[in-house]
Write a protein that binds this ligand. Structure first.
Ligand code: PLZ
Length: 451
């Protein structure tokens, strides 16, 4: 275990940074709300835990029954700076009092421009850049495809096995997994082609170069380089199971894109903003994506997403061709500016590395004694374990479900993912204390022992 440099506060946003259960999970008020949900909300909108939030701060979510839950999910990698960080709250409060909305396409405002300037400065690559702002990750991915098509005059989009890019029609086509994302919702947008991904745990440990050669040969044979507008890839796949391609895979794909006039798009919706121990996961192997797609961690929970890219590519779409009523909403921009400041001033990139050492270290110790943990992987505060039937590589989704359920019952919010549903993933807020992480790990350890 590594020592943390600064002592973590024991109270954040008025909330004690400790796990504390005062009722069964879910408690009676949550049960009541779940009954109302069943009547009022479309059942297709699922919930990981039937526990209703009332307040949150740091690494703790307090439910309507007064239970303090340890947050290892960050609302799916969103509250990177901590739930309800005071600086983000203050920035949004000031903005909401000034004006809530004018629409940037009608009477613009400084916050949007300032966020674009920050993104252009922070995105990898020493070249002129521009940004456009949207609301959700899926919307930004769609816009990256529009921008790539307008620039190249080509239509094909190449995506990967295990990819996740969203739930809109085009992004459903780009997402790999049928259930629950696509089943019955087609027909899907055309001109989307799926290529093999480097997946070291399951591809026999192909080198990055060999895996890339396979992928490139598939693209050239089945799509044709001259038809490809863009290749869209998550540098570490999120929903697909926190899959890190073998070293060299991503640079080889980027180099092929460059050589063939194909726009290389990094979908960093889940990996972005310090999560992986770099500001962007692309930094890890020195990638310089032509277009970088960000969302989630950018604005501390307010809906904001962006496409940031090479000026000549971003400039190719006609005036008025990109936008939307709420894209770059002033509240979300105020939050994003505060988040970016907090990432810098709190050295959250460094904190993500400490979390990797602590949680990744503990999980590796556990994996050494439990052969149901096939692999521990991920970087920074984006760590996962892929679970298998002991002594095999056969995915064990039931085990992932059982461990998650046992952790939930003890007040630890954990998420599952993976094409085979057999991956437990950990995405704590970077503001979480070591003490909370240690406590959550001991709950997980017991959950494994009991499953
Ligand atoms: N690209 C890489 O991870 C969102 C999806 C949760 P939106 N991932 C969480 C769910 O079940 O809906 C995601 C992502 C990557 C795009 C998206 C889409 O982002 O903001 O959910 O549209």
């Amino acid at each position: 275990m590594t020592a943390t440099t600064a002592p973590a506060p024991t109270v954040v946003n008025g909330i004690a940074q400790e796990r504390r259960l005062v009722t069964a999970i879910p408690g009676p008020r949550s049960v009541e709300l779940a009954a109302r949900k069943a009547e009022a909300v479309a059942p297709a909108v699922g919930t990981t835990m039937p526990v209703y939030a009332e307040q949150a701060g740091g690494g703790v979510i307090v439910d309507v029954d007064g239970n303090h839950l340890v947050d290892l999910g960050s609302g799916i990698a969103v509250t990177t700076v901590g739930v309800s960080d005071a600086r983000v709250v203050a920035a949004v409060q000031a903005q909401v009092a000034a004006f809530t909305h004018t629409c940037f396409m009608v009477t613009p405002y400084e916050g949007y421009v300032a966020v674009a300037e920050k993104l252009n400065a922070l995105a990898p690559g020493d070249f002129a850049k521009r940004s456009a702002l949207f609301n959700s990750g899926a919307e930004a991915v769609e816009n990256a495809v529009k921008i790539s098509r307008a620039y190249t005059g080509r239509s094909a989009v190449v995506v990967f096995d295990h990819a996740y890019h969203g739930r809109t029609n085009l992004t459903m086509a780009m997402t790999a997994k049928n259930m629950p994302y696509k089943h019955g919702f087609g027909p899907f947008a055309g001109e989307v082609y799926r290529a093999p991904l480097s997946y070291p745990y399951r591809d026999g440990g192909l080198s990055g170069a060999d895996a890339a050669a396979q992928t490139i040969s598939m693209i050239e044979a089945q799509v044709g380089a001259g038809n490809v507008a863009c290749v869209v890839i998550e540098p570490i796949q999120g929903e697909g199971g926190f899959i890190e391609p073998a070293e060299g895979f991503l640079p080889a794909i980027q180099a092929w894109c460059r050589a063939h006039g194909v726009v290389f798009v990094a979908d960093e919706v889940q990996t972005g903003f310090a999560r992986t121990g770099d500001l962007f996961a692309s930094n890890h192997e020195g990638l310089e994506p032509d277009l970088l797609v960000t969302a989630k961690g950018i604005a501390g929970g307010l809906p904001l997403s962006a496409v940031t890219g090479r000026a000549e590519i971003m400039d190719a779409s006609h005036a008025g061709g990109l936008g939307g009523t709420y894209g770059g909403n002033p509240l979300a921009c105020a939050a994003a500016l505060a988040v970016i400041d907090a990432i810098e001033s709190d050295d959250l990139v460094g904190r993500a590395k400490e979390i990797e050492a602590l949680l990744g270290g503990r999980l590796r110790e556990l994996a050494a004694r439990d052969s149901r943990i096939g692999q521990v992987r991920g970087r920074g505060a984006m760590i996962a374990v892929e679970l298998v039937k002991a002594g095999t590589t056969e995915p064990d989704a039931a085990l992932a479900k059982a461990v998650a359920a046992a952790a939930h019952a003890q007040g630890v919010v954990v998420l599952t993912c993976g094409t085979y549903g057999n991956v437990l993933r950990f995405l704590p807020p970077l503001a979480i204390s070591d003490a909370l992480l240690e406590d959550a790990f001991s709950v997980l350890e017991q959950a494994f022992a009991g499953a």
